[in-house]
Design a protein. Structure first.
Lengths: 424, 424
């Protein structure tokens, strides 16, 4: 039997050559169709596919699935079934849309209730996130920020090379691609002032991140080892961890970022499974010093995922401002999850763990305006000739992620949010 | 009509004089009865009261309530009905159990299905918490910790007197009173070592806190002003924010506490409403410098709530190690909520926001072993003669909170957790 990943598989659906969604991807998401019904779906090419309807028509026969598992407004219950079941579903979807399978292909009436043009559906938040964790796992990013604030000699904190630094973020304000954000109000303290001032953030920034979504974990008090961690990784999204640098700088000592982050984070709508990412595994960067044993992992658990950030001014064209890659991350997701649970912290299906800004070795790889403008010391010129040090009202920030190993290409689509003026 | 708070109201139930649960309290919680049915309930004296059964018997007639609103395993749906409805329910409960009301009092059959001895029910987590925030609002605590690590002259960070410092915590590992915790494993770096070591935390600590639970808030992008904040405060619990000081010290720069905190936090089971706390309002401490306008609030929104911490060694007796008071907090809950949302961050019913350790002016008021032992420089002697600098395996930490204004007394019960040895 061909798995969903078989490179030779072709679909009977029309798929453009550079689509992020060939039949080898088959991500999961939640959408609302034109008739306002909400379902869990997948995507092939420019088609959103109604998994609830496929299930009702019996296409998942032989897989043990609750009747209403796709008739949900989040993926959580589906994820809770566990990775082996989710894998069966994904493989079955590949069979249904395989060029050699005429069952659905030849049934126009069924196709009409299962296939929707992606422009005609509204993508919704794919998961309910109880707990959101943000890591800080790009060495280049940590070094850049550390250099700006403490100089190159003290750039990395003493703990950084020994553990994947992370902190808890706000779940309620995570939104799906397409929703706009509002410039936050807040306190900041100008360098030359004696006291803080209140007003709209002047240093609004994006952070280019990716995030993984977990399955249910173990009970409180149990840990997940690096050997086990992949069993608990469901899928990934592109993630924009919006940051108000001026609010953050004033508030963050000693307990970390708070209002400088929790006004909004944006995520892409389609959750790409780790099964789909199998062909894009690569070796992780060398780790020196050697991590403590509980963080060691022999397997290749880094992924070659190309990342791009665009800024699109109001009414203007997109300008590429950053190209990076997920493989630059020093700490892997397996190490992050093992670290997160080594003290017995429990995880649940739908938890989201973000990477931290993913910067790379060259200035064109820097994943935030803070780094691209080097704390405002220089400007980025957009294609319309306008300049940016940070993000302006009316700007849309778009992040895209895709994999291409020469023989196979697939991607995540995009996360896009426009910045609305502050509400004063 | 008498409200639930009327000091002259008496109940037909037997209530011991110093009970935390007179008829003027009427907190909300969730319990499982001996027959394994789960319901939302309240407590009077030593009786747990089944609100689901009361509702089915028609006792809430005239109040607009979904049929199954009490047949839930969390208070979230009930809280979502809003404070005016919750207030109607609480006032109605007071009428049902008023000494002058014979309806239930005279019906033995109904009493049997409504009243349970508290020892015979199992209290469950009262709310599903999506987002948990921990503040750092005790000036005495911040000063003590700052003095230990930076000296008295630099004890308070420059931002501390201008905003209620806070950070996001882990929701999944919040447990209810009675559940035990496990000593966490993790990385720490001994002062004289070149590299971190891995093992059980050696500096396990409690933090004496209280927490408030919110109602649903406004949409993302809207703020809640200090004038509006009380409309969004549902109730309070006692909260033990367990801390592993050695893990925290190594990991927390620059993004704040993570594994040093997220292995467990314990909360009391009965949520005491702000309506019940009305008689205990007091003036807040003087705030100098004057806070920015968005943090100003003319009303008295501090509460006189007496706090106690006890350590009970395995098989031994309780020893009182700390007495503090909620009114010592520099930043009020109204200010905390206004600050939390001023950037547009949204809140939901069931969110939990904790105070941070509540220390007071005298050493006997210090709300953590870190402060009581002054970072391990001195020992606390327990009633059995044993000494503590931090918490040992087998110790049960018990926190109690109650209000007593001379004419009326009521309380929160307790939060209690025993520390089990690390799982190596």
């Amino acid at each position: 039997m061909l798995t969903a990943n078989d490179p030779n598989r072709k679909s009977w659906l029309d798929i453009s050559e550079n689509s992020d969604f060939p039949i080898h991807n088959l991500p999961f998401g939640v959408f609302m169709a034109k008739d306002d019904h909400i379902t869990i779906g997948t995507r092939i090419g420019d088609y959103a596919i109604d998994l609830g309807a496929l299930h009702q028509l019996g296409y998942f026969e032989g897989i043990i699935l609750p009747e209403d598992v796709f008739l949900q407004d989040t993926l959580n219950d589906f994820i809770t079934l566990g990775k082996p079941t989710c894998r069966q579903v994904r493989n079955r979807i590949a069979e249904i849309f395989d060029a050699n399978n005429s069952a659905l292909q030849g049934n126009a009436e069924q196709r009409d209730i299962i296939l929707f043009a992606v422009e005609e559906v509204q993508m919704l938040m794919p998961v309910f996130i109880q707990d959101y964790t943000d890591f800080y796992s790009s060495r280049e990013h940590a070094f850049n920020v550390g250099t700006m604030f403490r100089g190159a000699d003290n750039a990395l904190m003493p703990n950084w090379l020994h553990l994947p630094v992370g902190y808890h973020g706000r779940s309620s304000s995570i939104i799906v691609s397409g929703e706009n954000i509002r410039r936050p109000m807040g306190q900041s303290k100008p360098a030359d002032a004696d006291a803080p001032v209140f007003g709209p953030s002047k240093l609004l920034d994006f952070e280019l991140e990716m995030a993984f979504i977990t399955t249910d974990g173990k009970a409180l008090g149990e840990c997940i080892t690096t050997e086990e961690a992949e069993d608990y990784l469901f899928g990934m999204v592109v993630f924009n961890d919006w940051s108000a640098r001026d609010l953050q700088a004033w508030e963050y000592v000693p307990l970390g970022p708070f209002l400088g982050k929790n006004f909004a984070s944006s995520m892409s709508a389609w959750v790409v499974t780790f099964d789909a990412l199998e062909p894009y595994r690569v070796e992780k960067p060398a780790q020196d010093p050697e991590p403590l044993p509980y963080l060691q992992c022999a397997k290749n658990t880094s992924y070659d995922i190309k990342l791009e950030v665009y800024i699109q001014p109001e009414g203007g064209a997109e300008s590429l401002v950053c190209e990076s890659n997920h493989k630059y991350l020093y700490w892997t997701m397996v190490q992050q999850l093992a670290h997160h649970t080594v003290n017995g912290c429990n995880i649940n299906a739908g938890d989201l763990m973000a990477s931290g800004t993913i910067s790379g070795p060259n200035p064109s790889n820097y994943g935030s305006m803070l780094e691209l403008s080097w704390r405002g010391a220089k400007s980025i010129t957009l294609s319309d000739g306008s300049e940016r040090k940070f993000i302006q009202d009316g700007d849309t920030v778009i992040m895209r992620a895709f994999c291409d190993n020469g023989s196979q290409r697939m991607g995540f689509g995009e996360v896009r949010s426009k910045v609305l003026p502050a509400k004063e």
